[in-house]
Design a protein around this ligand. Structure first.
Ligand SMILES: [Zn+2]
Length: 86
């Protein structure tokens, strides 16, 4: 067996190892992504907190609220108009 063949063999072993490692990492990332997507699709798993618009007093999920610092508003117009409550 010549040195070239040994080097070639080592190269293919190394390449196979690299592909294996990459595949394993891909599987892990895919699993994590699928899990987070499942959690997003199920609204019961993430309880969305309600907040109150500081202008008109309507209740809405925090995710849909427009925040001016700590103050939530139901829409851009009310955010511009500012707080009338309190
Ligand atoms: Zn409002």
């Amino acid at each position: 067996m010549s040195i070239t063949k040994i080097l070639l063999l080592l190269f293919f072993i190394w390449l196979g190892w690299k592909i294996y490692k990459f595949y394993k990492r891909y599987q892990t990332v895919k699993k994590i992504l699928e899990q987070s997507m499942r959690e997003q699709q199920n609204p019961l798993s993430i309880p969305s907190a309600l907040c109150q618009c500081a202008h008109c007093g309507v209740h809405l999920p925090e995710k849909e609220a427009f925040f001016d610092g700590q103050t939530p508003y139901c829409c851009i117009e009310h955010k511009r108009a500012g707080s009338t409550l309190s």
